[in-house]
Ligand binder design. Structure first.
Ligand code: GDP
Ligand code: MG
Length: 171
């Protein structure tokens, strides 16, 4: 039997945007309110994507690494989820620099990427408009999802991870 393809995915974004909550949601379909913010973990997960079994290794970064550690994670990964929090403009402003560093580290390869605006359940305290997210994703030529790790209606979280796998497999 052919070995199923393996993809290495790393999740980046400022501390507190909900990276761990998103990963746990994707893996368990549950929401965990409090998650050790300093923890960095990797998970293995198999999913059937377009009739193919894909094994993912997912690195949930802590978001407070120094530049060398960030670059190491970037070299390790095949594809990347960059997360910001729609209620935290600062986290949105950290997306472009992360993307630049990725391009730099992966040069001359084109980097498979998805952009995720998390905490869409907190619309009443939103600081980043949906159009702004869409515009940034268009500039970065990547898919964009607004979603909520705690109220994941419609499965946008899984869709973001699956789309990233497809993007990696297309390269
Ligand atoms: P990380 O530092 O990026 O891994 O962020 P965490 O996953 O630890 O989440 C940081 C905080 O945001 C925690 O208090 C979570 O409960 C909260 N959080 C994460 N995702 C969501 C979400 O979609 N909606 C809301 N309202 N809170 C969230
Ligand atoms: Mg975390």
């Amino acid at each position: 039997m052919a070995k199923s393809p393996e993809v290495k995915l790393a999740v980046f974004g400022r501390a507190g945007v909900g990276k761990s909550a998103l990963v746990v949601r994707f893996l368990t379909r549950r929401f965990i309110w409090e998650y050790d913010p300093t923890l960095e973990s990797t998970y293995r997960h198999q999913a059937n994507i377009d009739d193919e079994v894909v094994t993912m290794e997912i690195l949930d970064t802590a978001g407070q690494e120094d530049i060398q550690q960030k670059e190491g994670h970037m070299r390790w990964g095949d594809g990347f989820v960059i997360v910001y929090d729609i209620t935290d403009r600062g986290s949105f402003e950290e997306v472009a620099p992360l993307r630049s560093l990725l391009e730099e580290v992966k040069k001359p390869k084109n980097v498979p990427l998805v952009l995720v605006g998390n905490k869409s359940d907190m619309d009443h305290v939103r600081q980043v408009g949906t159009e702004e997210g869409e515009r940034l994703a268009a500039e970065m030529a990547c898919a964009f999802y607004e979603c909520s790790a705690c109220a994941d209606e419609g499965g946008a979280v899984a869709e973001a991870f699956h789309e990233l796998c497809r993007e990696v497999r297309r390269r």
